[in-house]
Design a protein around this ligand. Structure first.
Ligand SMILES: *Cc1c(COP(=O)(O)O)cnc(C)c1O
Length: 401
């Protein structure tokens, strides 16, 4: 007996979790375009476009800017394996899951890792980084997460970059969740190396990790005493394909590059400032709506991400039940808390294509209804009015950063 399998038929969801976010139709269309070879002159031209578009979105002139094959974590691993040599002293800032992941990756590269910790939901204070660096002999790298998706905190970058450089260390920035949703200024902030991912605020399916290396990072990666421990992620080998020579290294995921090209085109068509302002406005509308029904964001006031909102779960409400009902009744996906915040927070993403007024209103209405099932006595109308007021007031407001 051979089994029969139904044709693939995934439900179109409203993706309001920590990623992936909803994908615009133009990106889906790009993914059904005919495949060409990874060395086809047309694909080579597309690679050049993708590199240039990424420079525009990352606000950098770095020639070494391209998408690594793999998700955001591959970008993290790419940066670490190329920038860290065994026994290098490295400082990683940890205030959530992704800082902790970077610590693990750096340790696997053979680094002597020190960490600066901050409580979940709070930023890393620059003074703490300075103090930690003073205790190290020859720190080579400081790693930090710009948008901590596990907590919803946006980390101020500039001062920490300056401190790292004062101590002779490179600055590595995780901008997986920030890119395309709030200002990311690689050159202005003097970030030496950064990596991102496609499925958060760029609204492209998961599968590529944009990376950028400045001059100092490039020097470290190209003048290593030891080979990078990863063949697949070795910058010196990848440069042969993404640089001018076009030497085969691995078969580029052609279709994913189509998708990223189209997603980046849409980002640039909207304009970075406008896109940031859209994320900002939808965040404030959501926040106002939640506050009107007594719900609070768990992350530090003044440093809350626009694209990821960690909401404290009210007492007596079961995390998993609410998320299941959101999915079953309203087709909405949100994320649960991670690590220390598991069962304590919901993570509501308003990323890229998902960051829309209609999603904010629908989510507030859906959540209000579900909480009422728990006997919470929620005035859903008050949440909607408060959110609407933000849209009215801030109709023309420009982005603050
Ligand atoms: C999602 C995320 C990652 C990892 O990306 P994957 O695509 O899941 O591999 C890394 N850092 C941050 C801040 C993220 O939000």
């Amino acid at each position: 007996m051979t089994a029969t399998y139904a044709p693939l038929n995934p439900t179109p969801r409203i993706l309001l979790g920590p990623g992936p976010s909803n994908v615009p139709p133009a990106v889906y269309r790009a993914m059904s375009a005919p495949l060409v070879g990874h060395l086809d002159p047309e694909f080579v031209a597309l690679m050049e476009e993708v590199k240039q578009m990424l420079r525009e979105v990352m606000l950098t002139k770095n020639a070494t800017t391209f998408p690594v094959s793999g998700t955001g974590s591959a970008g993290m691993e790419f940066c670490c394996v190329n920038l860290i040599e065994p026994s290098d002293e490295v400082l990683i800032c940890v205030n959530g899951v992704f800082g902790a992941r970077m610590t693990d990756v750096a340790q696997r590269c053979g680094a002597q890792v020190a960490t600066v910790q901050a409580p979940w939901g709070r930023i890393i204070e620059p003074e703490a980084v300075a103090t930690a660096l003073k205790e190290m002999k020859a720190p080579k790298l400081v790693g930090i997460v710009h948008a901590e998706t596990s907590t919803g905190v946006r980390q101020p970058m500039e001062e920490i970059a300056r401190i790292a450089h004062d101590h002779g260390a490179l600055l590595l920035m995780d901008c997986v969740t920030s890119l395309g949703g709030c200002p990311v200024r690689v050159d202005d902030w003097q970030v030496d190396a950064a990596y991102s991912g496609t499925q958060k605020c760029l609204s492209c399916p998961p599968g590529l990790a944009p990376v950028t290396f400045g001059a100092r990072a490039l020097e470290k990666a190209t003048k290593r005493r030891t080979k990078a421990q990863s063949w697949y992620l070795d910058l010196n080998l990848l440069a042969g394909y993404w640089g001018q020579d076009r030497v085969y290294h691995h078969t580029a995921p052609v279709t994913m590059n189509y998708a990223l090209r189209e997603a980046l085109r849409l980002v640039l068509e909207e304009g970075l400032e406008k896109r940031w302002a859209r994320h900002e406005q939808n965040h404030y509308a959501l926040k106002a709506g939640l506050e009107a029904i007594g719900l609070k964001l768990a992350s530090q006031e003044g440093h809350q991400l626009w694209q990821l909102n960690s909401v404290t779960i009210p007492a007596g409400v079961d995390d998993a039940t609410v998320r299941r009902r959101l999915l079953q009744r309203y087709n909405i996906e949100i994320g649960g808390g991670l690590g220390e915040w598991k069962g304590k927070t919901w993570r509501v993403g308003l990323m890229g294509e998902s960051s829309r007024e209609e999603n904010v209103m629908l989510f507030l209405a859906a959540l209000g209804n579900i909480l009422n099932d728990f006997g919470c006595r929620i005035d859903t109308g008050a949440a909607l009015s408060a959110a609407s007021a933000v849209y009215r007031q801030r109709g023309e407001k420009r982005c603050e950063a």
